[in-house]
Design a protein around this ligand. Structure first.
Ligand code: AHM
Ligand code: MG
Length: 343
């Protein structure tokens, strides 16, 4: 008997929790796991081969595409296309949705949104990167799938997760019944259950934010950062500041150790930087399922209306009590602003 349960065995076992399931979601998760292994192999070769650096193109956000962004995008699309369970893909790297028009996918039930390689500007310097994925049940009934199939509120996700290409490669996912983490054992080429039933501590002592943007932050965020830095034995402050600049890695660390990740809106970029459909929503589902909290400062991320594929949202995500404290300071800021209008 192997010491660890593999991802494949785990998925099949969990399928029994859904008595009417026909195995489509299980197969879709398996397809994502296969693409993850291929991308992991390539990421681990970065530096040895001519696969790092910019590809000479930009994506719809105007961001420089790295060669590995394009490679990861192709691998996930190919795996989802050939798997037959996905009818449409939305990717950070593609301006428009990618309908999958094969005979089998016409009846496929699931829509997938992905950020194939998040934080890829870090790849040249050997810093962890990740893949983020989000799965919805298809809403359209017949013919080709449509944009509305992926533009659903985050709370409608049937599964979501991420792959972290770090010191080891991990796949962490939820189907709405808790969060489980798997580590890739390179010797056998399998993801093995290493972190069952992940729970984020209610209170942590790490805050993650790009403080270089401090001057542009709303007053409430500035106040929360100052609060994190104040000496207080009872609440174990000052907290540690940890910011990798790879959202998956920052959120994974905070999930394991307890902490808050913040990417706020600013006067220059009121909606922040991170994308709702394939970055904020999937990570919000994972963190909520692990007992944490994710908001845009005032509203739950998973309840936000989605109107555009590449829509951005501010995000405050992590240990529930830390997110609540940050929200309270933002609320105080808007109260003060309202009062000054009335004066
Ligand atoms: P990307 O999707 O282009 O890789 O950008 C997303 C990344 C996140 O992983 C990370 O949290 C953030 O950008 C860092 O942005 P910044 O450099 O502004 O702090
Ligand atoms: Mg990204």
């Amino acid at each position: 008997m192997p010491e660890f349960q593999t991802l494949g065995q785990f998925i099949i076992e969990k399928q029994a929790d859904f008595p009417y399931a026909k195995g489509e979601l299980s197969r879709l998760l398996r397809d994502i796991g296969i693409a993850a292994k291929i991308v992991s192999r390539e990421v681990n070769k970065a530096g040895l081969m001519n696969i790092t650096g910019a590809a000479g193109t930009s994506n719809i956000q105007g961001e420089v595409q790295q060669k590995l962004d394009i490679y990861a995008n192709e691998q996930f699309i190919a795996a989802l296309r050939s798997g037959g369970e996905c009818c449409i893909i939305a990717s950070e790297e593609n301006e428009h949705i990618i309908p999958i028009n094969s005979l089998i996918s016409k009846t496929a039930k699931y829509a997938v949104a992905i950020d194939p390689l998040d934080g890829s500007s870090n790849i040249d310097v050997n810093v962890p990167v990740g893949t983020i994925f989000s799965i919805y049940r298809r809403l359209s009934r017949a013919g080709s799938a449509v944009l509305g199939d992926v533009l659903q509120k985050g709370k409608e996700q049937v599964a979501a997760g991420y792959i972290l290409y770090g010191s080891s490669t991990m796949l962490v996912y939820t189907t709405g019944k808790g969060v489980n983490g798997f580590t890739l054992d390179p010797a056998i080429g399998e993801f093995c259950l290493s972190h069952p039933g992940m729970q984020i501590p209610k209170q942590g002592s790490i805050y993650s934010v790009n403080e270089g943007n401090y001057v542009h932050f709303p007053q409430g965020v500035k106040q929360y950062i100052k609060y994190c830095q104040v000496n207080d034995d009872i609440s174990n402050r000052p907290y540690s500041s940890r910011y990798i600049g790879s959202m998956v890695a920052d959120i994974h660390r905070n999930l394991v150790k307890g902490g808050i990740f913040i990417y706020p809106g600013t006067a220059i970029a009121p909606h922040g930087k991170l994308r709702l459909v394939y970055e904020c929503n999937p990570l919000a589902l994972v963190i909520e399922q692990a007992g944490g909290r994710a908001t845009n400062g005032t509203e739950r991320i998973l309840d936000l209306e989605v109107s555009k594929l590449h829509q951005r949202s501010p995000i405050f995500i992590g240990s529930a009590e830390m997110v609540l404290a940050a929200e309270a300071m933002l609320a105080e800021e808007s109260l003060t602003l309202n009062r000054s209008y009335l004066d």
